[in-house]
Design a binder for this molecule. Sequence first.
Ligand code: ATP
Ligand code: MG
Length: 262
Amino acid sequence: MRGDKTVKLKIAVAGKGGVGKTTIAGTLARLIAKEGERVIAVDADPAMNLKFVLGINENPSPISELKDLIFERTGAYSGSGIYKLNPRVDDIIERYGAKGPEGVVLLVMGTIDKGGTGCICPESAFLRSLLRHVLFKDNVVILDMEAGIEHLGRGTARGVDLMLTVVEPGMRAIETVGRIKKLAADIGIKNIAGVINKATDSGMTKRVERMLEELGIPLLGVIPYDKVLIRADMDAESPLDTGGKAVERINELKSRILRVSY
Ligand SMILES: Nc1ncnc2c1ncn2[C@@H]1O[C@H](COP(=O)(O)OP(=O)(O)OP(=O)(O)O)[C@@H](O)[C@H]1O
Ligand SMILES: [Mg+2]
């Protein structure tokens, strides 16, 4: 802990599909909690696999599936088509969050089925309200995003202190980071930083570093390609429990993130 001050850092992890967002988000969450901080990890990806990285075995209910609760809280049961935009959500973390090792609390947002043109408004309003609530609480929040950040609205984005963009050596991953940077600025996120993941050789890493520099994205860490992580993934094991070079580097990344005040 930094003195006796509670850290209120809110980090969103974004990047192209498969670059390692969930691995980094979940491992950072556990490592920051190890420092004595209260950490909430939010799985905002429809694939919902953050729990494995956090070392959580139970299956937490995806919030979007709590239809009765959502309809009750938003008032959508009335059938009038009118529903509350700010439903009560202050008990949701306690009731539906799953606790993992180090006390990290996982919230799984779930997906909203937009099938056809049916109105999905109450569900969206509920999730938005919950995310805002989580982002303005007094603790550390790590948001594992799906590949794009398009669904992050302005209201939510204002609560994000740092957008951590993960990039692997490859043109598409770098283009995605460039796009995320523009979007992040558009919705009012002030700090953006990059992490190179799955780094193989230093020549390649240097090239990616230069590209990030051209994009004006400061580099916070380089994480090597590590087979241990593939095995952890296949065995549904938490990377922090298997250890290895990549995890060591994520630990260094954590220290660097905690040293800066955002
Ligand atoms: N440094 C690394 N070295 C080797 N493999 C890695 C590394 N980082 C992540 N991986 C592996 O890459 C795969 C994708 O990682 P992960 O699920 O974290 O990516 P993601 O960006 O969250 O993907 P998605 O976009 O599907 O959510 C996993 O099998 C993971 O174990
Ligand atoms: Mg993921």
